[in-house]
Design a protein. Structure first.
Length: 136
């Protein structure tokens, strides 16, 4: 008898949901405060932080729901997250003047111990592992 694949929002998936929820909360709060109080200092960085926050929220909700549609939504959101951290990370190193203040994804998330770089890789790995799951 074949072993069933792990369920997206159970076991390790629950840990992933918690980590994404923490990042969603942190990025949302940080970007809100930055945009409301200091938007003129670094609008690009602060808008990118807000975009990251939205993506973290979408990924959190999709991972927590755990159905087939949510699996697809999580895959797209986390794929965009990975592209964002790679592109913003690269350009923030290439042209630091364009990023006078850090965003969540600047320098590949170095301000967050590089978790923004590692998290989407782990998330996509987990989604790949749970891609053939049944309906919950």
């Amino acid at each position: 008898m074949a072993e069933r694949p792990p369920v997206m929002n159970r076991g390790f998936g629950r840990v992933l949901v918690i980590v994404y929820a923490v990042f969603a909360l942190a990025a949302t709060a940080r970007s809100f405060v930055q945009i409301v109080t200091r938007y003129d200092e670094a609008p690009v960085a602060y808008v990118l932080s807000a975009l990251a926050a939205v993506i973290y929220v979408v990924a959190t909700v999709a991972l927590a729901r755990g159905d087939r549609t949510s699996h697809r939504v999580a895959t797209v959101a986390i794929g965009i997250e990975l592209a964002g951290v790679l592109v913003v990370g690269f350009f923030s190193l290439l042209d630091s003047d364009a990023f006078p203040r850090a965003s969540v994804w600047s320098t590949f998330g170095s301000g967050y111990l590089f978790i923004p770089l590692v998290l989407p890789l782990v998330g996509l790995w987990w989604l790949h592992r749970t891609r053939d799951m049944g309906e919950n």
